[in-house]
Design a protein around this ligand. Structure first.
Ligand SMILES: *Cc1c(COP(=O)(O)O)cnc(C)c1O
Length: 379
């Protein structure tokens, strides 16, 4: 149901849970024989962890990844019998949270392995995931450490990972030689831990094909409707539509300027819509109108969608307000109170992100607190 608050909101998000479920099912099908997990870190990529958890569980997901043990504790009540994996892993002082909320730590280093084994000695057998670095150089036991561990006769019997995983550095770039390199290294790791299920692919990795799927895939951004492969058509359904109100429409004669720094000068008589959206809402300053100087950078500028047309941002994005040039729309078309789409159904989030030198992931996870959220659809 659309609430009165939503109908009156200055900034609003429509979150399409049917699209979310469909996108997950698509990634699950594309994963072939492997099963797809759901990645719910950072408040489910900004979408809202409660709703995303219910929806993706109902769609069939039973494996959920989050970044921190705190995120895992928050998620647990929504999906009581699903497996929740904690990407950051365990460290001294947070062991009890894992046991209390039945969370599976990902072991990312020799140090974390020691912390986990020490916790086990007090508690007895407990699942974990072994993360092995195959080229990302971010987290994970090194390739050599992993192989040594596999063949270590002193390896405790109680150490029995439920999954061995690695993460692709270039999954969004199918032709990158790093993909094949990491795949070969990961195959050597899975051969050393032969009875343990394996997981390598993020969204981009799912689209790299069967070789990359192993037993469990971990699609994130594609499920939220973002681009998983750079420079390719995005087959996913948009999940999030962000809109903001036009507060005022004003006319500026040719030669006039607007915004901080008088950063835009108009070459024709212009009509400018002042919109209630700013960088405090996660509409980043780097989305400022094309050619506007921001320190050293000169972004290409975002576009919004209003009354069936793309309209360019002009001047600088400020904390709470942005300007869009609506001169090309019919004279009386734009009125105070209209909503402009910032990204979503009509303006691809990744196009907006590119205009601001960033990625859809960052726009989603930056969505500010001033948005009123409306969840539509479902499984
Ligand atoms: C975030 C994350 C994913 C999901 O990646 P996408 O690119 O959003 O599909 C998968 N695996 C790990 C380890 C991650 O941190």
């Amino acid at each position: 149901m659309t609430s009165p608050e939503f109908l009156a909101a200055s900034n609003r998000l429509t979150i399409d849970l049917s699209a979310l479920a469909d996108n997950w099912r698509t990634m699950n099908e594309l994963s072939g024989k492997a099963r797809a997990a759901a990645v719910l870190k950072a408040n489910a990529y900004g979408v809202g962890v409660t709703e995303a958890a219910h929806t993706l569980y109902a769609a069939g997901a039973r494996d959920f990844f989050v970044a921190s043990v705190e995120e895992g504790a928050e998620l647990r009540p929504f999906i009581p019998d699903a497996r929740i994996y904690i990407l950051a892993g365990m460290w001294p002082g947070n062991e009890e949270l894992f046991f209390a909320y039945d969370l599976v730590p990902i072991v990312n280093s020799e140090e974390q392995l020691a912390v986990f084994m020490a916790a086990l000695s007090e508690r007895g057998e407990y699942p974990c995931v072994l993360h092995v670095d195959t080229g990302m150089n971010r987290l994970g036991l090194s390739f050599e450490e992993a192989l040594a561990l596999a063949s270590d006769p002193a390896r405790p019997a109680s150490f029995s990972p439920v999954l061995v995983m690695s993460h692709l550095a270039c999954g969004d770039d199918p032709m990158h030689p790093m993909n094949v390199y990491q795949l070969e290294r990961f195959r050597a790791v899975t051969a050393a831990f032969e009875d343990i299920p394996a997981s390598l692919a993020n969204s981009g990795g799912v689209l790299l094909g069967n070789d990359y799927h192993f037993d469990l895939t971990r699609p994130g951004i594609a499920v939220y409707g973002g681009e998983a492969v750079i420079g390719a058509a995005n087959p996913m359904k948009p999940v999030v539509t962000a809109e903001a109100r036009v507060l005022q429409v004003r006319t500026v004669p040719a030669g006039g300027t607007a915004s901080y720094g008088a950063s835009v000068q108009f070459t024709r008589d212009s009509r400018i819509a002042t919109v209630a959206i700013g960088y405090a809402d996660g509409y980043h300053r780097s989305l400022s109108g094309g050619g506007v100087m921001l320190r050293q950078a000169r972004p290409s500028g975002a576009q919004g969608f209003l009354h069936g047309r793309l309209v360019p941002h002009v001047g600088r994005v400020t904390m709470d307000l942005s300007l869009f040039d609506v001169t090309d729309l019919p004279e009386q078309a734009v009125r105070a109170g209209d909503y402009i789409e910032l990204f979503g159904r009509n303006v691809a989030i990744d196009d907006v992100a590119r205009a601001g030198g960033t990625i859809g992931y960052e726009l989603l996870t930056s969505l500010g607190r001033r948005y009123c959220r409306n969840y539509v659809g479902g499984v």
